[in-house]
Write a protein of this length. Structure first.
Lengths: 396, 378, 396, 378
C-alpha cells in the first residue's frame, strides 16, 4: 500500500478499508439512486450499510445521521468509490434538494424528524411547486392554505410534481396571503397519504410519465409542518431551486443523462459510413458532429474549472451560472444529431425492426426537450445571467 | 403565396375548408390512438379522392385533372397544417409521377385511373438502409426466361401497409453505388414471394418493411428502361421530395400560428409572454424563415411544372429550407409552450416527431445541401 | 422585329426606338446615379436627355417633368434599358426617398419648385434625421425650430447625414413643440448654403466617410419650406422611411451592393484549392459556403415572389417586411465568408502585396456592418415584424 | 479564471495594472495613427521586457523565469484586452519556444538571453500563401559545401519588420504537402540576400513579406534536425496558437465589458437599451460563450505546461473556440453600439479588424475544427 503521508489522507485509508468490507461486488456500476422499486438482496444490503454509515449524504451533520465528513474527506470517499465502481445508493429529491434546504431553514424538531429517513434512503420526497398558471412565473402560484388553528387547509392544483406517484412526502409552496405576491407564500410539508390528495400521471411526448398533476382538496397540514416563518416561504423555495439547478447542471445532470449511448462519431461511422480517407461520408453532418463534440468538450472543461475554482480560494465561480443552459444545449444537440445520424432507423417508436438502443434514442431526444424548460427555463436562466451576473436592469 | 390562377385558388380554398371541417389535428390524434392499421383513415382519403386531389398530376386521359405540381403542392401544404395522414404523397404524387413519366400505355391505363380515383394506392420502394441512398440499391433482379426474379429487402416504404402496388428499385446489373444497372419494377402487393411488416415510427404513419423472396415478374413489369432506371427514379424522387417540402411548409406555418396564439394569451409575470422582446425577436426570426421557405417551395413546384433545367437544384433547396425551418419552428413550439408543450396531450410533440420523419425521408437536409453543392460544382 | 401584339406593347417599341437614338453606347453598364462629380461628355449628354424626357423618374407626373408612365410601361422601359446595358443616370435620395414623399405631402408650390430639378438630376438632397441622442428612437430628436414669424430659427445637431458634404438641399425633421414627442415634430427643407450650417465628415471603420455630422446654429428656414402641417412631420418622416427601406431591401440595396465580386465558390477554389473530387478543400468552410449560397438563393427567390405578388392582385406581400433583415444578413454573411476564404490576403488595408479586389473586399466587409444599423436597425425591423405583422403587444 | 499560484497572481496583476496605466486602447490607436514603422511601440515593449514578460517561458539558465505557458497566457490575455501591440507572441512565445525545444546549446546561448531581455526580436517565417498551411512549405534549401542556400518567399510574417532573427521553415527534400523534408533554419535579418517589405493589414501590425535570394547559411543554422523539422514546427505553432487564443480571450472579455457598459448607459425610447430583453439574452449568450472559451484556453495552456499527450487537440479547441467567441462578441459590439460603433473614432472597429487577423493567423477556426476532427479519427 502506498504511503499517503499527511493527516487528511488517513481518511482515505479508512474509506478504502470500509468499502472493501461493506461494498458488495455484485453492485459494481449499479445505480440504485433512481430506482422506483424497493431494493432486495445485495442492493438492499448496500443501501442499508451506506445509510447507517451516513456516507450517502457524506457532508451532512452526524447528529442527524449524516456522514459528518469535511468536503476534502467527501472527495476522497467519492474517489475511492469511483475507483471500485461503487455508486451512491442514496439519492432522489430528498438528498439533492430538500435535505440541504431543511438543514438550513428547518426547526430542530423538523430536522430530527425528517433528515434521518432521507439519510437512510427510506423516504421519497416530491416537489409541489409549479401550477398550471405559474410556470416560469412561479411566484404567481394560487394553491391556498387557510389557517384553521392547529392546521392549514390546503386547496389547489400542482403540476409537474415529479415522481408524485411514488413519493411518500411532499415539500410544497402554498399561498398564505393573497394580498402579497412573493411575501404571501409559505413552505409546508405533508404526507402524500393525507386524505384529499389525488395524483394523476402526465404522459409526455416521449411516452413516459415521470411527472404528475397533483390535486389538493381540503388537505389538512399540521402547523408543525410549516418550515420557516409564515409568508416567508419564497426565500426558502428559491434556495431550494439553487440546489436543484446545481444538481441539474452537474455531470450527472442533463448533459450526462442525455449524452448516454455511443459517441456520435462512432454512431456516424456505423450508420453513415466513411469515405476513402476514413472520414464520415456526409461532409455537412461531419462538420456539425465535430463542432458539437468540441462544444461538449468545452462544457466538460468548464465543469472541471468551476469545480477547481470552488475548491480554490476564489469564491463561487461565475461559470456556474451558465451551466444549466450550456449543459442542456449540449445534451439536446447531441440527441438531435444522434437521431439525424441514424436516419429513419433512429425514429423507431416500438415493435420489430429496431434495436433497444435505437428505440431509446428517440425517447431521449424527445424527453431531453424538457431540460430547457424545467428547473428554470432557458429564458429564465438568461434573465438571471443578464440581471444578477451582468447587472442589466429591467425597464424602469 | 404564389400568384395563383382561378383553378388553383379554388383548389386551395377547398382543401383549406375541408381540413378545417373534417381533418383538424384531433383527427390525426384519434387515428394514432386507435392504432389505425394503415397509418391513415381510408374514409378520409376516399373523400380527398372524390374531390379530385388524388389525380392532380395525372393526365385527363387517365382520369386526372393535370392541374400540375404547384396545384398539388397547395393541397399538400393545407394537409400539412393539421398533420393529415394520407397516401397523397406516396401514391398520388410520387408513384403517379413515375407512371406518367415512365409508364407504357398499358401500364398507365392499368394503374393511373385507379390511383386518380383513390381506388388503388401505389408507392415507391427504394431504400434498403437507415438513410436514404438510392444509388446503393442492391435488391437483386435476375433475368429469367419469362422476365425477372426479384430477391432482397426494402424498408421505410411510405404507406407500405396500404399499398396495392410497389414501384421497386432493383439492380439488374452493376454494383451498389452505381447508377447504371438500376431498374424500376411494378410489383403488385399480392405478388407471390412478397411479404411486408409494419414499422412503427415516431410519427405514427404506415411505414412497412418489404421482403421479396424470388418474386417472379414478367418483362412487362419493367417501368421505363431496364438498367437505365436511375434517371426516372431520381426525377420521381424529386417530385416526391418537393411534396414533402410542401407538407413541411404547411406544418411550419401551423406550428408557428399555434405558437403565436399561445404567445398572445399565456400570461406570466402579469404580462402575455408575447410581450417579452426576446420572444418577439425569436418570433420575427421564425416568420422570416417561413417567408424564405415559402419562396423556395413554390419555386421548386413551379420549376417542375415548367420542366426547368434547374429543377434538381430547386428541389434540393426546397427540401433543405423546409427541413431547417420546420425543425426551428417545431422546437420553438415546444420551448415557447413550456411544460404544456412537453405533454402528449398537446400538439407540439406531434409536429416535432413528424418533422424528423419527413427530414429523414428521401434525403436529409444535410444530404440535400451536399447534393446542391455538388450540382453547383464545388 | 417580333410582333409584340396588343396595345400596351406599343410603348416598348417607342422606348426601344428612343433609346436607340439617345443612349450613348459609351455609357453601356456605366452607373452614374451614385457619382459625386458633375458628369461630362457622353455622361452629361445621357443624363440631360433622360432628365428632359423624365424617364429617370418614369412614373412621376408629367406636369412636374416626370415620365408619366404607367407601372407596366415603366417595367417595359426598365427591360429595354437592361437589354442594352443602359443604367438610369438619375438617382440619389431625391429620387429614392424625398421626391415620392413630397409628391404625396407637398404643397403645389413646393412640388413645382423642387420636383423638376430632381427629375433632371440637378439637385442633390440629404437627410437630416438622426441625432446623437436619437438613433433607433428617432422621435427623441431635439433639434429645435423656433417660430420667428416669417421663418423658423433652427438650432441643433444632426448625425449620419449621408452625403451632406456634397448635398445642395436637406430635408430635415425638427422639433417645433417640446411638450409632445411624436406630435411635436415638423418636416422642413433648407438650402445647405444657408448660413449657420457646418458639415463634418465622419470617418467609418472601413476608412470611408459617406456620412457627416451636421451642426445647425441659428439657421433661418423660411416658413414656405415647411412640408405638411406644423407638428405633423412625424407621419411624413415615417412615410419617407418606408421609401428608404424599400430601396435598401431591393436587389439594388444591401444584398446587391455588398454581394459584389466573384462568386464565393470560385473564390474558394482559387484561395483554398480543391480536393481530389474537385470539392473545396476545407470541408467545414465548404459546407458553410453551400449553406450561404442556398440562403442567398432563397432571398433572391423571395424578392422575385414579392415582386410577382405585388404585380398580382393579392395586395402588398408580407414578404416585404423581412427583406431588409434577410438581405443584410445575406450581404454580411457573404462578406464574412469572402474575408475568411481569402485568409490573411483578404485583410489587406493598403500598399503593395494586395490586388485591388482584395483591398476592396475588406472595406466591403467592414462597411457592410452598417446595413443592420441604418434605415431601421435589425432590432427595429424585428420589433416591426413582431408588432405590426404578427400582432404581438408591448408590455401593458 | 484558473486557480493560480502566487507567482501567477502577481504576474497577472502587474500586467493588468501596467495595461491600465500605460497601454489603454488609446495607445494602440496613437501607434496606428502615427504609422509606427514596426507596428508596435518599442519603448512599451522595452518596459514589458524589463518586467520580465519576455522571458516567461525561457529557462532561468538563459535569462528567463520559466514560469510557464499558463503564466504567459495570463499576460497575453491582459494585453489582448486593450489591443496592446508587441512581439510577445511572435518572439517571446513562438520563437523562444522553438529555440528552447529545438535549439543547440550554442543557439540557445546566442539568442534566448537577448529574447528574454527584449533586446532581440525573433519570429517564425512559415506561410507562403494567403492561408496557413505549414506542410505546403516550398521555400528551397539546397545543400552547399559549407551548409545551405535558401531561395524563396515567405509572407504574413508576424513582427517581420522588427525581427532580428527569422526561424524559417524550408524544404530540404520532399514535395510541398509532405511533412518529411521540412527543415527549420535560423536566419538573421541582416543575412545577405534577405529582403523584407511591410504588409499593411487591417489590424495595423508589423507584418512583413520576406524574399530570400540565395541566402547562404552554415550547417549550424539548422534548428533541430534537418529534414525532420515538421514536428518541432508543429509544436512551436501550437504554442503560438494558444498565445493567439489567450489574446483573443482578452479581447473578447474587454469588447464584451465595453458593450455591457454601453448597454447600461445608452438610452433609447426612455430606457437604457440594456433593459430590452432581446439584448439581455444576447448578452447572456455572449457571457456563456466567454466562460466556455476561458475554460478551453486555460486548459490548453495547462496542457502545454504539463506536456500532455492531447495538447494538439486542446490547442485546436482553444483557437477555434476563441475565434468563434471573438467574432460573436466583436460583431455584437458594433451592432449594439449602433452608428457610433461604425465610426473609426470608436474602438469597436479595432476589435473587429484584429479579430479577423488573429483568426487567419496559424490556422483559421474552420481549419482547427477540421484538424480536431481528423485527430479524433473521423
Amino acid at each position: 500500500m502506498p504511503d499517503f503521508g499527511g493527516e487528511p489522507e488517513a481518511f482515505r485509508v479508512e474509506a478504502r478499508e470500509w468499502l472493501a468490507e461493506n461494498f458488495p461486488p455484485s453492485m459494481k456500476n449499479v445505480d440504485l439512486a433512481m430506482t422506483v422499486d424497493a431494493p432486495t438482496g445485495d442492493a438492499k444490503l448496500w443501501k442499508e450499510r451506506m445509510g447507517a454509515k451516513g456516507w450517502g449524504t457524506p457532508t451532512w451533520p452526524k447528529v442527524y445521521g449524516g456522514g459528518g465528513l469535511t468536503p476534502a474527506e467527501a472527495r476522497m470517499l467519492q474517489q475511492e468509490m469511483a475507483r471500485i465502481g461503487a455508486r451512491n445508493p442514496i439519492g432522489g429529491m430528498g438528498v439533492m434538494m430538500f435535505g440541504p434546504t431543511l438543514l438550513e431553514y428547518g426547526s430542530e424538531e423538523q430536522k430530527q424528524r425528517h433528515i434521518p429517513p432521507i439519510v437512510r434512503g427510506e423516504i421519497r420526497w416530491c416537489q409541489g411547486y409549479s401550477e398550471p398558471g405559474a410556470g416560469s412565473d412561479l411566484a404567481a402560484l394560487q394553491t391556498k392554505a387557510e389557517d384553521k388553528g392547529d392546521h392549514f387547509l390546503v386547496n389547489g392544483q400542482k403540476v409537474w410534481t415529479s415522481g408524485a406517484q411514488y413519493a411518500d412526502w411532499c415539500f410544497c409552496l402554498v399561498r398564505t396571503d393573497p394580498n402579497h405576491k412573493h411575501e404571501g407564500i409559505s413552505f409546508v410539508l405533508f404526507d402524500m397519504k393525507t386524505p384529499g390528495i389525488e395524483v394523476r400521471p402526465i404522459k409526455l411526448i416521449n411516452g413516459y410519465s415521470p411527472f404528475c398533476e397533483t390535486f389538493l382538496t381540503d388537505v389538512k397540514v399540521p402547523k408543525e409542518n410549516l418550515v420557516g416563518p409564515l409568508n416567508g416561504g419564497w426565500t426558502i423555495g428559491k434556495r431550494l431551486l439553487q440546489h436543484e439547478r446545481n444538481s441539474l447542471s452537474g455531470g450527472g445532470g442533463s448533459a450526462g443523462r442525455f449524452a448516454a449511448g455511443k459517441p456520435l462519431d462512432q454512431l456516424a461511422k456505423e450508420y453513415v459510413g466513411v469515405d476513402e480517407e476514413g472520414r464520415v461520408a456526409d461532409p455537412d453532418l461531419r462538420t456539425r458532429i465535430i463542432r458539437h463534440q468540441m462544444e461538449t468538450k468545452a462544457f466538460m472543461l468548464t465543469l472541471m474549472r468551476a469545480a477547481a475554482e470552488s475548491k480554490g480560494n476564489q469564491g463561487p465561480s461565475n461559470a456556474t451560472s451558465i451551466m444549466k443552459n450550456a449543459g442542456s444545449k449540449v445534451g439536446q444537440d447531441r440527441a438531435e444529431l444522434a437521431v439525424e445520424i441514424m436516419g429513419s432507423q433512429g425514429l423507431g417508436w416500438e415493435g420489430p425492426g429496431f434495436e433497444a438502443a435505437e428505440l431509446e434514442q428517440v425517447r431521449n431526444w424527445l424527453g431531453g426537450k424538457a431540460t430547457t424548460i424545467y428547473g428554470g427555463s432557458a429564458e429564465i436562466q438568461n434573465n438571471i445571467i443578464a440581471k444578477r451576473i451582468l447587472g442589466l436592469l429591467d425597464h424602469q | 403565396m404564389a400568384v395563383l390562377n382561378e383553378e388553383q385558388t379554388m383548389l386551395r380554398d377547398s382543401a383549406r375548408d375541408w381540413v378545417r371541417e373534417k381533418a383538424p389535428v384531433g383527427a390525426f390524434r384519434r387515428m394514432r390512438d386507435t392504432a389505425a392499421p394503415l397509418g391513415y383513415d381510408p374514409a378520409a382519403f376516399a373523400e380527398m379522392a372524390q374531390m379530385g386531389w388524388a389525380g392532380v398530376v395525372i393526365p385527363e386521359a387517365f382520369g386526372g385533372s393535370e392541374f400540375g405540381y404547384l396545384s398539388l403542392g397547395l393541397v399538400l401544404e393545407e394537409m400539412g397544417r393539421t398533420l393529415v395522414a394520407s397516401p397523397l404523397i406516396a401514391s398520388s404524387l410520387a408513384a403517379a409521377s413515375a407512371l406518367v413519366m415512365g409508364g407504357s400505355e398499358t401500364q398507365k391505363s392499368e394503374w393511373l385511373p385507379k390511383i386518380a380515383m383513390g381506388e388503388a394506392v401505389a408507392t415507391l420502394a427504394v431504400d434498403e438502409g437507415p438513410r436514404h441512398d438510392p444509388l446503393r440499391t442492391a435488391l437483386k433482379a435476375e433475368k429469367t426466361g419469362a422476365g425477372y426474379k426479384l430477391t432482397g429487402a426494402k424498408t421505410f416504404v411510405l404507406e407500405g401497409m396500404a399499398a396495392d402496388l410497389f414501384i421497386v428499385a432493383a439492380r439488374t446489373s452493376g454494383q451498389p453505388g452505381e447508377a447504371k444497372g438500376i431498374t424500376l419494377f411494378l410489383v403488385p402487393a399480392d405478388a407471390k414471394g412478397l411479404s411486408r411488416e409494419q414499422r412503427h415510427l415516431a410519427d405514427s404513419r404506415g411505414y412497412a418493411a418489404l421482403n421479396l423472396d424470388e418474386v417472379e415478374l414478367g418483362s412487362n413489369a419493367v417501368l421505363g428502361e431496364a438498367d437505365n432506371g436511375a434517371d426516372l427514379l431520381e426525377k420521381t424522387l424529386d417530385r416526391a421530395r418537393v411534396g414533402l417540402a410542401a407538407e413541411m411548409l404547411g406544418m411550419s406555418v401551423q406550428a408557428f400560428e399555434t405558437t403565436l396564439d399561445y404567445l398572445k394569451t399565456r400570461v406570466q409575470f402579469g404580462q402575455t409572454i408575447g410581450s417579452f422582446q426576446a420572444l418577439q425577436h425569436r418570433a420575427a426570426k421564425m416568420f422570416t424563415e417561413l417567408e424564405l421557405t415559402r419562396s423556395c417551395v413554390e419555386a421548386a413546384l413551379t420549376a417542375i411544372d415548367n420542366d426547368a433545367a434547374d429543377t434538381p437544384q430547386a428541389v434540393a433547396l426546397a427540401k433543405a429550407a423546409a427541413g431547417d425551418t420546420l425543425h426551428l419552428v417545431s422546437r420553438e413550439m415546444v420551448q415557447m409552450h413550456g411544460g404544456i408543450g412537453m405533454t402528449d396531450a398537446h400538439d407540439a410533440g406531434l409536429y416535432m416527431k413528424r418533422a424528423r420523419a419527413l427530414e429523414a425521408t428521401y434525403g436529409s437536409t444535410a444530404w440535400h445541401r451536399d447534393r446542391w453543392g455538388r450540382m453547383a460544382g464545388y
